[in-house]
Ligand binder design. Sequence first.
Ligand SMILES: [Zn+2]
Length: 223
Amino acid sequence: MHSETHTPLQRIHSCATKGATNRQLCNETCNPNKTLPDTLLRLPTPKAGHFRFESGLHGDVWLDLDGLFLRPRALHPFVAELAARLAAHEIDAVCGPQTGGAILAQLIAAELDREFCFAARVAGPAIEYRIPDRVRSRLRAKRIVAVDDAIYAGSAIRATVADLEACGAAVTALGALMVLGDSAALFAAGMQLPLEWITRIDAGLWSAADCPLCRSYISLDDG
Ligand SMILES: [Zn+2]
């Protein structure tokens, strides 16, 4: 873990080494993906602060994921690496929640020459994703990986996995370009599924009642 003197902004990288004072140093010393260019974390422009998410949970990192897919060629090395890791799970198809997860799923499916499908957000207060009717019967008994561009609270990937299972698919692994905090790992462990990811961002996530930022009277940011 990082020194407690680090600000939240200094925690936004994949480093787990105490004493790293900037992200460049961090990547030189402990980036587990040394063969990949140091650009993935720049693409979504992470912001530190105090945020309330769609799930109602509070967290201290916000990612502008709209920027992630602006330059497909810059993103490609990370997609290819994630695809290679997911290929080890002998998959028939790749599925992701709209919109970022679906874009990533299509890129990975193209990389591996597998089938692609997506889950669309169902309108309403509950976080629910559903695979289109015309595709559902084709997924029965297929081995499918569920991916999202970034997993923080994990609401979208959970809902996607639930709907894949409702279609009769066998979910064999989870994948993400970025995982924030521990929710993705906890969900994967609970489902007894392997989780493949490229970068982990140290991020807190709390219910409003347990949020230390609320307790410190730090006002919410807009994101
Ligand atoms: Zn809060």
